[in-house]
Design a protein around this ligand. Structure first.
Ligand code: URA
Length: 265
C-alpha cells in the first residue's frame, strides 16, 4: 500500500511539478502552535472537510467514545496488545487475521510510522515484514539503526485493509487512540512519518507528501514536544527508485534532528 494505490497519478503529478521547481516552497520549521492554530474552528472554513484530528475531537464528545479514549489512554503495552487484538472499532476487524500493534524497542528514541499492515504483516503479526519492510530495514541500516534496537515501528492502522487498499479516514480515526497511546508510552525523541496516511494520522493535514517533506512538525505530549518529519513510504520507493535520493535526504535530516534532540537543542 502506498500513496499511489488510492490515487493513481496524483502524487506523480506533484512530483513532476516538484522536479520542475513548481512545487510549494518547503518550510523548515512548523511548530505545534502553527499546527494547533491551523486546526482551530476559526482557522477552518465551513467548506473544509474535517481533518482526522477534528473528527477525533468530535468523536470524543460522544460519551462512549470518550470512555474508550480514556480507557485506552491508561493501557500499558501488554494491555494495548490485548485491546487491539479484540478491537472492533471499525470494519477492518472483520477481515483481519490479527491486529498488528507494532514491533521494536519500547524504550526507543526512534519511532517510524507506516500506513497499515499488508498481507504478510497480517499473517505474521509484525509490521513491515514484506518487500517494503526489507527496504525499511535497509533504510534504517543506512543511518546506523536496526529494527528492534532503539527503533520502534508502528502503523497508522493496526488491521489490514482488504486488498491492501488505503485506510479510510474513519479507520485512521478509530485507530488513533492506539497510536497516541503508543507514542505516550514510548516517548520517542523523533517520529518519522512514512507516507501520506501516517502524515494524515498525526498531522491531521490532508496534503501532498511533497509539501510535507523537508518540514519539521511537532507532536505535543503532556511531557513535551516530539519533533516529527515526513518522508516517502518504502512501498512507494520500491516503485519510484529515483525518489530514493530524496528519501536519503530525509533520513540524513532525521539523523540530524535526533542529534539535536539528544543534545537538547
Ligand atoms: N506498509 C505499511 O505501511 N506498514 C506495514 O506494516 C507494511 C507495509
Amino acid at each position: 500500500m502506498n500513496d499511489h494505490d488510492s490515487n493513481p497519478g496524483r502524487l506523480r503529478r506533484h512530483e513532476l511539478l516538484d522536479e520542475m521547481g513548481l512545487s510549494p516552497q518547503w518550510r523548515l520549521r512548523d511548530t505545534a502552535n502553527h499546527l494547533a492554530s491551523s486546526l482551530t474552528p476559526q482557522a477552518i472554513s465551513a467548506s473544509d472537510p474535517p481533518t482526522p484530528a477534528e473528527r477525533l475531537v468530535a468523536a470524543s464528545e460522544e460519551p462512549s467514545q470518550n470512555q474508550r479514549l480514556q480507557r485506552i489512554a491508561r493501557l500499558d503495552w501488554l494491555e494495548l496488545a490485548q485491546d487491539t487484538a479484540g478491537c472492533q472499532a471499525c470494519g477492518l476487524c472483520q477481515q483481519r487475521r490479527q491486529a498488528v500493534l507494532g514491533v521494536g524497542d519500547t524504550a526507543a528514541d526512534w519511532l517510524f510510522i507506516g500506513e497499515g499492515p499488508g498481507a504478510e504483516e497480517d499473517a505474521r503479526g509484525e509490521p513491515f515484514v514484506g518487500q517494503a519492510g526489507k527496504l525499511l530495514d535497509a533504510m534504517l541500516q543506512a543511518i546506523g539503526l536496526r529494527r528492534g534496537e532503539d527503533v520502534y515501528i508502528a502503523n497508522a492502522v493496526k488491521c489490514r485493509p482488504p486488498k491492501n487498499r488505503t485506510p479510510e479516514i474513519a479507520e485512521i480515526v478509530a485507530c488513533h487512540p492506539y497510536l497516541q497511546r503508543q507514542i505516550a508510552l514510548l516517548q520517542p525523541r523523533l517520529i518519522v512519518l512514512l507516507g501520506r496516511v501516517a502524515a494524515q494520522a498525526l498531522l491531521g493535514e490532508v496534503d501532498t507528501l511533497a509539501s510535507l517533506r523537508g518540514r519539521t512538525f511537532s507532536h505535543r505530549t503532556p511531557t513535551g514536544e516530539i519533533p516529527m518529519l515526513v518522508s516517502y513510504h518504502p512501498a512507494y520507493l520500491l516503485r519510484n527508485l529515483t525518489d530514493k535520493a530524496k528519501a536519503w535526504q530525509d533520513l540524513c535530516r532525521a539523523r540530524e534532528l535526533m542529534r539535536e534532540a539528544r543534545n537538547g537543542l
